[in-house]
Design a protein around this ligand. Structure first.
Ligand code: SF4
Length: 162
């Protein structure tokens, strides 16, 4: 039976070929599941809906990069993008982010000086989030510029020995 599921297998690139019954069974399952969904979900979109969808994608563009919130959802953090986990910072906005960090540092110092402890606490959270975003940018840049020196990994060495 196992052979029926694996007609071809090459040492470097294993390939599984499934029997026709398995494929047909899977397709029938998908058709049954679709039949259970409201037919409204499978109708053709109107032009207005399509425009609305495209507009939503355009509204994902924010000053610091791209907003990754799900389609049709509103902005829960009320546009505090720098503290938002779904923000994807555009590397071209690094200077803007550095300005935000410097501004936040000044505002934290002012709030502490003036005794606005609640304000200082919120600003420190924003400052930590900004520093985190800058570190993420550094990490992404480092990964993009990593050069392979051809040094074998432990896994490759262990594979040769065994
Ligand atoms: S706060 Fe978050 S969800 Fe709202 S616009 Fe900014 S990145 Fe998007």
């Amino acid at each position: 039976m196992a052979e029926a599921f694996r007609e071809f297998q090459y040492p470097s690139a294993p390939l599984a070929v499934y029997p026709e019954e398995a494929i047909n069974g899977h397709r029938a399952f998908i058709a049954r599941r679709r039949a259970l969904r409201p037919s409204e979900e499978y109708r053709t979109l109107t032009d207005a809906e399509w425009e609305e969808f495209l507009g939503q994608l355009e509204r994902r563009k924010v000053a610091l990069g791209d907003c990754g919130r799900a389609y049709g959802t509103s902005c829960q953090p009320e546009h505090r993008c720098v503290r938002c986990p779904v923000l994807r910072v555009d590397p071209a906005q690094r200077l803007r982010l550095e300005e935000i960090r410097s501004n936040l540092r000044e505002r934290v110092a002012e709030a502490e000086r003036e005794g606005w402890l609640g304000e200082a606490e919120g600003l420190r959270v924003s400052l930590a989030a900004t520093e985190n975003e800058l570190s993420q940018l550094d990490y992404r840049r480092h990964r993009a510029t990593t050069i392979n020196l051809g040094i074998p990994t432990f896994r490759e060495i262990a594979g040769r020995i065994s």
